[in-house]
Design a binder for this molecule. Structure first.
Ligand code: HEM
Length: 512
């Protein structure tokens, strides 16, 4: 049978026929918006105020959506300066969201009223793409708690605390340093090797195997994740019209998701065939074992057979770009600050010498520890956190925030505002050291992994990777930027994670 290929003109013509339906749909949307926003006008009649909106208020219907263009952070800083540490935005016709950029307000909301601020609100485009079922990020209330407990159990079971996970990070750090060594004398972009290394830490945990460098299967997986991360934005048109997911406009978002899910499902199916309850190899097996146990006890409804892939997908989404981009910032910063690296290397030589680094070494290495903190401060890779949602009406700093409001934690502002940091754009690890430079001093505006009940599940795993992988590199090499990358600065690229622009480095081997 002959198939007729439609032109993009035909595609839009098809939609034009439905003009009347679209008009009715838009009217319904506006009505729903009016109902939703009435909760805010209710608040202004009560004793507490609704948080302020920017002025001018943005476009009718679209609100502040187009104010963001490619990067939200500058405009958010302007609004924070104009309106204070807690304000409201309109994104399209339905959504009023609250942005909190003040350290006391963050404490008051996410810690003091943790139960009211610990739901999440799935961005509409993601909801159409993935749904909330089986999701540690987006399942509500008790189902989230079950998945979160499962996440902690999985991390414990596969050795986050007893060493076996640390052993695999040490091995990956060593293999990465060896792969770097092969590049000595050339200039290269470290991104592929770093992605492969971080990817392997997650892959060992979830799939029970690792990918060799250059394995085309991993390259495709990493590329698909990258496209998915890059083309997702909570302020894109798809957030207002999520059905656009099914149109050519979102092919670059839809296709990578489909590829990744299909690959993960194929690995899960292999596991199902070889599953042995007495020998659990990885997170997939543990998930299967718990679901089988659940049949007997019938109480763990959040985990179902056939949904293992969702948990795996989310661990990759949460851990791959974030940790890779933090390490890419770290390498860039190391190449820009030779004197500091020299001092860190002295600490590495004194405490670790020529053996492999262990996470516990960090307690004896204050400058290295402070450098890690400063890296996560100066460029938070999740600058606006992961959206939260209120489960009841709440009051923060005198402002009324109704139930079901999306709330963003503005980590960027917290970590780079002159309100909290002296010379915030200066890379200065010493700000985290005591006067005698022997102990690390924490700072309440530093929360790169979020805060409260929903704080990052993988925080310890991520910190372990950052320390072990970076010290493995600096132990063996001194890095500098290649001539073609000398102008690369601290400007990043927005996406699911905020990473540096591409750059090339050159290595010089150290003799330890
Ligand atoms: C440098 C690396 C990382 C950074 C900066 C980071 C940051 C974050 C942030 C800001 C949140 C939101 C927390 C909140 O709402 O308060 C989060 C959530 C989460 N992260 Fe990470 N993350 C990193 C690595 C990882 C890794 C390696 C994993 C696991 C493999 C992971 C798993 C998760 C999960 C599952 C959540 C959702 C927790 C929940 O909703 O209960 N993250 N992360």
């Amino acid at each position: 049978m002959e198939t007729v290929k439609k032109s993009s003109f035909d595609f839009f013509a098809d939609y034009a026929i439905y003009g009347r339906e679209v008009l009715i749909f838009a009217t319904v949307l506006l009505f729903v918006r009016w109902i939703l926003l009435s909760q805010w006008s209710y608040s202004s009649k009560s004793k507490t105020l609704a948080p302020p909106l920017p002025y001018p208020p943005g476009l009718p219907f679209f609100g502040n959506m187009f104010s963001f263009r490619t990067d939200m952070r500058d405009i958010l800083r302007k609004w924070t300066n104009d309106l204070g540490g807690l304000f409201r935005l309109r994104i399209g016709p339905f959504v009023d969201l609250v942005v909190i950029s003040d350290v006391d307000a963050i404490q008051e909301a996410f810690v003091d009223q943790a139960n009211a601020f610990s739901e999440r609100d799935i961005p509409p485009l993601l909801e159409v793409a993935m749904g909330t079922k089986g999701s540690i990020f987006w399942e509500p209330g008790h189902k989230w708690k079950q998945l979160r407990r499962f996440g902690h159990r999985a991390l414990r079971h596969f050795g986050l605390n007893q060493g076996s996970m640390e052993d695999s990070i040490i091995e990956e750090g060593r293999l990465m340093a060896e792969a770097f060594e092969m590049k000595e004398g050339t200039q290269f972009n470290p991104k592929v090797l770093v992605t492969n290394t971080v990817g392997n830490v997650i892959t060992r945990f979830v799939f029970g195997f690792r990918f060799e460098y250059g394995d085309p299967v991993f390259e495709k997986l990493a590329e698909d994740f990258e496209h998915f991360f890059e083309s997702f934005s909570v302020t894109s048109l798809g957030s207002v019209f999520p059905f656009l997911y099914y149109t050519p406009l979102y092919t670059n978002f839809r296709r990578p998701i489909q590829n990744v899910v299909s690959y993960i499902k194929s690995v899960v199916n292999d596991h199902r065939r070889s599953f042995d309850p007495l020998h659990l190899r990885d997170v997939i097996d543990l998930h299967m074992a718990e679901v089988k146990g659940q049949r007997d006890e019938n109480k763990m409804a959040a985990m179902e057979e056939g949904w293992e892939w969702k948990f795996i997908f989310e661990l990759y989404s949460a851990g791959l770009a974030t940790t890779t981009d933090t390490l890419r910032w770290a390498i860039l910063i190391a190449a820009q600050h030779p004197q500091l690296v020299h001092e860190v290397q002295k600490e590495i030589d004194d405490v670790i010498g020529g053996r492999s680094p262990k996470f516990s070494d960090q307690s004896l290495m204050p400058l290295t520890g402070a450098t890690m903190l400063e890296i996560t401060r100066i460029r938070p890779v999740v600058p606006l956190g992961v959206p939260r949602c209120t489960s009841r009406d709440a009051v923060v700093q005198g402002y009324h925030i109704p139930k079901n409001t999306t709330v963003l934690m503005n980590l960027w502002e917290l970590q780079t505002s002159p309100k909290y940091w002296k010379e915030p754009e200066k890379f200065n690890p010493y700000r985290f050291l005591s006067e005698d430079r022997k102990t690390i001093v924490s700072h309440r505006a530093l929360n790169p992994f979020g805060i409260g009940l929903r704080v990052c599940l993988g925080e310890k795993l991520a910190r372990m990777q950052l320390f072990i992988i970076l010290t493995s590199l600096l132990q063996r090499f001194t890095l500098r930027l290649a001539d073609d990358s000398l102008s690369v600065g601290m400007e990043g690229k927005a996406g699911i994670a905020y990473g540096p622009l591409d750059y090339n480095i050159v290595l010089e081997k150290r003799h330890v």
